[in-house]
Design a protein around this ligand. Structure first.
Ligand SMILES: [Fe+2]
Length: 296
């Protein structure tokens, strides 16, 4: 098993902080956990102090992916392994560690240029997480914040990097065509969550979506309602995926990439897991609304 324990945090570079804050507090139902001098902010949705870092920037895209390890020795050991395989490893600055509230961090880029960070010693929140909107809370904690799908320009090369070097485990693959788009995604796990990271072949941005997992279907349905109440554009209606069995919907963030809001994913037991290959992406649902479908 990988020495990486969980997907611990994500950083987004966004242009419209106000719209993102509304998304976070009015739709996602996460809490603002820190505010920074330029208006950037961080959010939480479990016992960890910070999970999403929403930072002012021009990219409107993924900034960084934080992968948690147990100790400084574990971080440095994996960094040495990467360096031995030709990956340029960079030390973090005190400012970078302070923003993320972690003890130790190094960073590098994956074969597609996505910035990955290995860290240890995250700050934990002083109070239990309670959301006025998400009654039952989120499935997170030791399974990490949720999952994200990041860009791969060559799936075989990125798979070799994530599985061969970082120690992620293959969950399964989906290759199909959806409304005229060729879709090829490799799903990987690092703990019982079906996938913490997935690689999307030639997706337009560094990230296709990040996923937060509610503990009840009611909380997913209520979040779906809040998209309409807050004029957040739905990208895919409620549906169920064949691989992780998640019931979820997708909607657009103010930065143009999507979030997925789900419930009921199955978990992976490495003792019995067999990596599958699917030629469809949804058992049912996940339809683009009519206004979106006209573009295809
Ligand atoms: Fe997803």
């Amino acid at each position: 098993m990988s020495s990486i324990q969980q997907l611990g945090y994500l950083g987004f570079e966004v242009r419209d902080l106000a719209a993102w804050e509304s998304l976070a507090t009015d739709v996602l139902g996460v809490g603002i956990s820190a505010r920074h001098s330029d208006g950037s902010f961080s959010t939480r949705h479990d016992s960890y102090a910070h999970r999403l870092h929403v930072l002012l920037g021009e990219a409107d895209d993924l900034g960084f992916v934080g992968l948690q390890l147990a100790s400084r020795d574990e971080v440095d050991g994996l960094a040495r392994k990467l360096a031995d395989n030709g990956v340029a490893i960079h030390a973090s600055t005190p400012h970078e560690r302070a923003l993320r509230a972690v003890d130790h961090m190094v960073h590098f880029v994956d074969p597609a240029g996505n910035r990955l960070e290995l860290y240890c010693g995250p700050q934990m929140a002083e109070t239990p997480f309670v959301s006025p909107l998400v009654k039952a809370g989120f499935a997170a904690e030791d399974q990490g914040l949720g999952h994200c799908v990041v860009r791969a320009t060559d799936l075989a090369i990125s798979e070799a990097f994530y599985i061969g070097l970082l120690g992620c485990k293959l969950s399964d693959r989906i290759t199909t065509e959806v409304y005229g788009f060729q879709v090829a995604i490799t799903f990987m796990h690092i703990n019982p969550r079906h996938h913490s990271l997935a690689l999307g072949h030639n997706i337009p941005k560094r990230i296709h979506h990040f996923m937060l997992q509610a503990k009840t279907l009611d909380d997913v349905g209520s979040a779906f309602d809040r998209c309409f109440d807050n004029k957040v554009r739905v990208a895919q209606t409620i549906g169920r995926h064949p691989n992780d069995h998640m019931v979820s919907f997708y909607a657009f963030t103010p930065s143009g990439f999507e979030f997925e809001y789900g419930y009921g994913a199955r978990e992976v037991d490495d003792a019995t897991w067999q990596a599958g290959h699917y030629n469809f992406i949804s058992e049912w649902g996940h339809r683009p609304p009519a206004t979106l479908r006209q573009k295809f």
